[in-house]
Design a protein around this ligand. Sequence first.
Ligand SMILES: C[S@@+](CC[C@H](N)C(=O)[O-])C[C@H]1O[C@@H](n2cnc3c(N)ncnc32)[C@H](O)[C@@H]1O
Length: 330
Amino acid sequence: MNDAVSSLYRQFAQDEAVGVSQTYFEWAMGVAEEAEMTERIARLPGMKQQPNLVFAASRWLGAPLGSYAQLRGWLAQHWEDVVRVVLERSTQTNEAARCAALLPVLARLGDEHGGLALVEAGSAAGLVLYPDRYSYRYRYDAGDGIVELDPPGGRSAIVLPCRIDAESIPARVPTVVWRAGVDLRPIDLRDAEQLDWLEALIWPEHEARRVRLRAAAELIAADPPHLVAGDIVERVPALVAQAPAGAHVVVFHSAVLAYLTPERRAEFVAMMRAMQHEWVNVTWISYEGVQVLPEIAAKAGVDAHGRMVLAVDGEPVALVGPHGQSFQRL
Ligand SMILES: C[S@@+](CC[C@H](N)C(=O)[O-])C[C@H]1O[C@@H](n2cnc3c(N)ncnc32)[C@H](O)[C@@H]1O
């Protein structure tokens, strides 16, 4: 038994998969308790041992979505293929639904200015760059009322539900005049293989997220985003400089800074603060976990209960669901 892998998989099962994916819970517990599997996985390089990556590679290659015993039987025959995929690929996600939590802030900025120029740091495939193309259903006051918000062209194929406090409901879908993103590994969803891999990374039971991903990929294929490959600290300033004159520039990032070292995170924050002094027309929105920007989360002064902190120019404004499912004003 490899104890480190065993505890990695047990922890994943108990902290992340429990109540979220029964399949991944059973698979991870199964691996954690079996000497041979833990030893196989231990031969992968450190970052490649992640349960999420090993399971996604297995599913991508056709592992049956059943019991751990079935998975084990399948892995016995396909382990070399799984290793190849695990070594070639890495985990990535892109969640259009985060737009529902960004919209209350974006709509206010859009009201005050001519139009928005969006610069997304850590954009993956760029699905969060299209808040103006989705429909929203904001449920407020303990579920009694719903506000429906559609883009000017009418109801979108992607409808994003979000629980919200009544005061924060956005008045309209803002106008986006320009959009661009930067990512270490930009994803092109017009490429079927890249779309399939992103889909494999969505956990088995989360069918609604898979459907949303497919629909969003189709929607943006007609107007693909401008995505630059590179590091956010190095690439964001040039994108801000390219934004059209007169537009209000919004630099934003969701679930990204956790991937940076604390030192690099601090450099990014310092860069954003300096940019705000230099450029009047730039707003910085961060949508990150409590641990990721602790000095901003501390200003919120409340228990986030698993939610993320939405901050504007470094000031927390709301606690939001990690996948845009809720917005609670601070
Ligand atoms: C969890 S995904 C979130 C994607 C998107 N922001 C969303 O909300 O759906 C994190 C993304 O950040 C990117 N990333 C991580 N570190 C980065 C860096 N230093 N520079 C650029 N992109 C980075 C990853 O490649 C990945 O696509």
